[in-house]
Design a protein around this ligand. Structure first.
Ligand code: FAD
Length: 481
């Protein structure tokens, strides 16, 4: 028996575990993937800490490769991190704040602009701008910027020469449209996951159980009692006063569904007994659809630094000049051409996460429905034109393979930015899954703190917002006790 079980030692789970432990609670993290002693970060595998690479190739021991339908009959592997640190331990280390206007549609009791800024500040130590009011200088996550790769340098110059505003600081509240250096959770070439940032200082106060997959939540009436799952030794059961769901935006709704919390019709269809009819579980899945433009490079690759060092924001579009081809950035992929990514950051597309059987270890059915509206297709097409123009002006490419329009057969990918799958909302919102403090409606002692709870999607990479939001929610939960 512990005070708090945190399901999933990913980005939000590490923040939650650390914060409860500092408040004096006994905390157990149950993590499906491998774990490492947070107190001795020197011994962590370098393929996790090397910020130049993303260890998400087909043979990676750190991933949960889930098939997702993007559009038409097209499927992609929608990888999530499955390791202590979660997706944030294997990601591109792009740690950018969302524009404050994104939070105007979040419940203002918790997420007004001043509070959001204060919380973004408190999670970071910005090594470039920490002295300014709108930045932090004492938080656990180091934030740095470095443009070292020739691709990034050439794209930046070409973007500025094409008339785009140069932004010194993409995390400034006034940033808006323009081109600039990517803020990264990287220090001296090391990707600092939230496991390192948040757990290392409290390692002796937390128990971590690795390679253990939670199958279901256990209840007595409407009160959560603990969890059951399986590990290498078989089935386990652990009890706690409070259970915090932080299994990520795909597995958190999946766990709720397998525990009988979700749309009653869906649950009955696969034979899961209904505990609580919450029609919003697994509904409204958001991401940032991305299409890549391959090009024949003029120069041999030189991928110094992180995979993404510069981005251009223009209205709903983010253009990502990756510093090298994906086979160089992701170990285990076959050789391919380098590419520029064009991502739609405010799409209409909303998908679903569904269960296909009553087996809690079966993979969920994930549907994104990218590019189904005219507006989404038009936005991406404009983004392709914009990226192609700058790529031509940069002199990086001898030949550019421009995708022909956006249609049902276009190979659209996601950004792996899944969010809003068990969203927060007011009591009168039928699709709200958690209340304004992150508690699952109708279930005592159970809360959601990960990217699932986003009340509305954000228009930038979500990692910094996941961390900020988890800190805000857990602080609010502790102070309301
Ligand atoms: C490859 C990749 C690249 C990305 N790049 C960027 C980027 O550069 N910038 C950015 O802003 N965002 C990026 N993202 C998104 C960002 O990393 C995520 O939004 C963020 O890390 C999500 O945090 P989370 O806590 O919600 O979930 P996660 O960090 O995914 O944590 C979930 C954890 O729960 C564990 N878990 C799941 N199910 C169970 C279970 N049943 N029992 C026990 N444990 C379980 C998982 O193993 C995992 O460790 C990327 C994501 C991926 C996958």
């Amino acid at each position: 028996m512990v005070d708090v079980i945190v399901i999933g030692g990913g980005s939000a789970g590490c923040v939650a575990a650390s914060t409860y432990a500092r408040a004096g609670a006994s905390v157990l993290i149950i993590e499906a993937g491998p774990t490492f002693a947070p107190s001795t970060t020197e011994s962590w595998p370098t393929d996790l800490t090397n910020a130049r690479r993303m260890p998400i190739g087909p043979e990676s021991p750190y991933i949960d490769p889930i098939s997702a339908r993007t559009t038409g009959d097209q499927h992609v592997v929608a990888t999530r991190g499955r390791v202590l640190g979660g997706s944030g331990a294997v990601n591109g280390a792009y740690f950018v704040r969302a524009p404050l206007s994104d939070f105007d549609t979040w419940p203002q009791d918790l997420w007004n602009r001043d509070t959001v800024t204060r919380y973004y500040n408190c999670i970071e130590t910005d090594h470039d701008f920490g002295r300014l009011d709108h930045h932090g200088s004492t938080g656990p996550v180091p934030v740095t910027r470095a443009i070292t790769a020739p691709v990034a340098q050439a794209f930046l110059q070409a973007g500025i020469a094409s008339g785009h505003r140069h932004l010194d600081d993409l995390n400034a509240p006034t940033a808006g449209d323009g081109i600039g250096a990517v803020p990264s959770n990287v220090r001296h070439g090391r990707r600092i996951s939230m496991a390192e940032a948040y757990l290392s200082p409290v390692a002796d106060k937390i128990t971590i159980r690795g390679r253990s997959q939670v199958a279901r939540l256990l209840f007595d009436g409407d009160t959560v009692l603990g969890v059951t799952g399986r590990d290498d030794d078989g089935t386990f059961v652990v009890h706690a006063d409070r259970v915090v769901l932080a299994a990520g935006a795909v597995r958190t709704p999946n766990l709720l569904l397998h525990s009988g919390i979700g749309p009653a019709g869906t649950l009955r269809r696969v034979g899961i007994p209904v505990r609580q009819h919450l029609p919003g579980v697994g509904v409204g899945v958001a991401d940032h659809p991305e299409i890549t433009i391959d090009y024949q490079p003029r120069r041999a690759p030189d991928d110094r630094g992180t995979p993404l060092q510069v981005v251009l924001h223009s209205g709903p579009i983010e253009i990502r000049p990756y510093t090298a081809s994906f086979d160089r950035l992701i170990p285990g992929l076959s050789p391919m051409l380098p590419a520029i990514g064009v991502a739609h950051m405010t799409p209409d597309a909303r998908g679903t996460i569904d269960v296909v059987s009553d087996d809690p270890f079966s993979a969920p059915n994930v549907e994104h429905r990218y590019g189904e509206t005219e507006e989404d297709r038009t936005a991406l097409s404009r983004g392709i034109d914009l990226a192609t123009d700058i790529l031509r002006a940069s002199g990086l490419a001898s030949d550019i393979h421009v995708p022909a329009g956006i249609g049902a057969t276009t190979p659209l990918g996601g950004s792996l930015h899944t969010m809003g799958t068990a969203r927060m909302g007011f009591d009168d919102d039928p699709l709200a899954v958690v209340d304004l403090t992150g508690r699952v409606r109708g279930a005592r002692g159970l809360s959601v703190v990960d990217a699932s709870m986003f009340p509305a999607p954000v228009s930038r990479g979500p990692h910094a917002t996941v961390v900020m939001a988890a800190q805000r929610l857990v602080d609010a939960a502790i102070s309301s006790h």
